[in-house]
Design a protein around this ligand. Structure first.
Ligand code: SAH
Length: 259
């Protein structure tokens, strides 16, 4: 129990009890503009974000009970700028045409989906500060070659500079999650064009990781055909070794061969 609200497993609810950590997350958001907190819950992080006079805070929370609680706790703010609903269904372009930063102690069951949505809206989302499972944080922040490097790492690192800020242990949540957590910060890098066909880039990355244990050659052939027998110098490597720049190079090569 936290402040009278029973945590709902289906909504990925793990309420943070450590005020020091909540404050640190709030302070990791850079100043200026609109910030949207995903899943405020009982408002542990919300209270510190609301102290920030250099941002304009919004919230989106799917749980009716949490929304009712926050409307009592922060009536002026919640009645004006807390949206009851599903972040994954929110039309960011319509609501925040000028762009918005995203913050939160994310519902872990949808953390990948949150990041894919960020990618779709990357021209509008200059920064994300979020708590996720530690493994997800490592996955998206680590360089090529690490064990957890995967599709989301490449796609996010193409457009964002990613910092692993700090690790958070299970015990500071009610109920405690099964895994450790970590806070990451993503900031839009200066890249506006990748230097290749971007839809094909996504396809190539997904294909390459589709068969993680195989060499790039076989993984790509399984999706694109055999390229008339042509060989690329990276074909003997594995997907988890390749940087964003090498995936761009590979995408341009594939593009040439299949058109
Ligand atoms: N920020 C709070 C709660 C974190 S738990 C704290 O740190 O204590 C995750 C929160 O996300 C829960 O309150 C849950 O109701 C909410 N949530 C789950 N799925 C959501 C979705 N799709 N859109 C918005 N909020 C969601």
């Amino acid at each position: 129990m936290s402040r009278g609200i029973r945590a709902k497993k289906s909504l990925g609810q793990h309420f943070l009890n450590d005020l020091g950590i909540a404050r640190k997350i709030a302070e990791a958001v850079s100043g200026g503009g609109d910030v949207l907190e995903i899943g405020g819950g009982t408002g542990v992080l919300t209270q510190f974000l609301l102290e920030r006079e250099d941002i304009r805070l919004w919230g989106v929370e799917i749980d009716r009970e949490s929304v009712a609680y926050m409307k009592e706790r922060f009536p002026d703010w919640a009645n004006a700028r807390l949206i009851e609903g599903d972040f994954l269904k929110m039309n960011i372009r319509e609501r925040f045409p000028e762009g918005v930063k995203i913050a939160g102690n994310f519902p872990y069951n949808i953390s990948s989906q949150i990041f894919f949505k960020v990618l779709e809206n990357r021209d509008l989302v200059p920064e994300v500060v979020g708590m996720v499972q530690r493994e997800v944080a490592q996955r998206i922040a680590e360089p090529p070659g690490s064990r957890t490097y995967g599709i989301l790492s490449v796609l996010l690192q193409a457009w964002y500079d990613i910092e692993y800020l700090f690790t958070v242990s299970e015990g500071v949540f009610t109920p405690p999650p099964k895994v450790k957590s970590a806070v990451v910060r993503l900031r839009r890098n200066g890249v506006n064009e990748l230097g290749c066909d971007e839809a094909l880039f996504v396809k190539v990355v997904k294909a390459a990781f589709g068969q993680r244990r195989k060499m790039i050659r076989n993984a790509l052939r399984a999706v694109f055909g055999d390229f008339g027998g042509a060989e690329h110098p990276l074909f003997a490597d594995r997907a988890e070794k390749l940087s964003v720049a090498q995936f761009v190079e590979l995408t341009n090569w594939v593009n040439e061969k299949i058109t």
